[in-house]
Design a protein around this ligand. Structure first.
Ligand code: CDP
Length: 205
């Protein structure tokens, strides 16, 4: 029997990572940031590796590589993410993770629609582009990244457009996803909303 999977999707820098980690910790579930898979493949292409080859050769340790959170790698990730064979190469790893018996939270773009269409709970986390860009700017700035606010907003918008317009597994809410707009929510409030939605689903079916 499959484990209890929670799918958390949404556009760039919507706060999926923070929310997913907190939700996973709350329920004692494992967490997979699926963006890291695409970032790891994107990072390899920046070193000259062919994208499909990089995706087929990906191993779990690649997700711990340094420098995967930079804007250049994010752009490279969204470019490889449009390639159907790259996405196909990453499916089994994600589904195996979702099926682990202790419960799993996966965050990404296509978890509720493609990777785990049977997830017990699906959340679609959004915020306005300006709010998302400001959060990502502060995050990058704190790490010493030289990107300006305008550059970060342009990165977020370019990736959203590419992610929504691609043919294979485009970014969109699953029909049965619950929307959480975090534009005006603190992290604590967003986590509380997510936990309440998941608990309602756990208790009510
Ligand atoms: O953290 P952020 O929201 O900025 O990005 P991410 O989740 O690390 O994802 C980086 C890129 O990988 C996205 O812009 C997508 O193009 C791609 N991605 C995807 O196509 N499918 C996923 N399940 C996760 C990420």
């Amino acid at each position: 029997m499959n484990g209890f999977a929670i799918a958390i999707d949404g556009p760039a820098a919507a706060g999926k990572g923070t929310l997913s980690k907190a939700v996973a910790a709350h329920f004692g579930f494992a967490h997979l940031d699926t963006g890291l898979l695409y970032r790891a493949v994107g990072a390899k292409t920046l070193l000259g590796v062919e994208p499909i080859e990089a995706a087929l050769a990906l191993v779990a340790e690649d997700l711990d590589a340094e420098g995967l959170r930079t804007p250049d790698v994010a752009q490279a990730a969204s470019r490889v993410a449009v390639i159907p064979q790259v996405r196909a190469a990453l499916v089994d790893f994600q589904r195996a993770f979702a099926a682990r018996s202790g419960g799993a939270v996966l965050d990404g773009r296509d978890i509720g629609t493609v990777i785990c269409p049977d997830a017990r709970v699906k959340l679609f986390v959004t915020a306005s582009p300006e709010v998302r860009a400001e959060r990502r700017f502060l995050e990058l700035n704190a790490k010493g990244d030289p990107s300006t606010r305008a550059e970060v907003l342009a990165d977020v918008q370019a990736r959203d457009a590419r992610d929504m317009e691609r043919v294979e597994a485009p970014l969109k809410p699953a029909q049965d996803a619950v929307l959480i707009d975090t534009s005006d929510l603190s992290i604590e409030d967003a986590v509380a909303q997510a936990v309440a939605i998941i608990e309602a689903r756990t208790n009510g079916g």
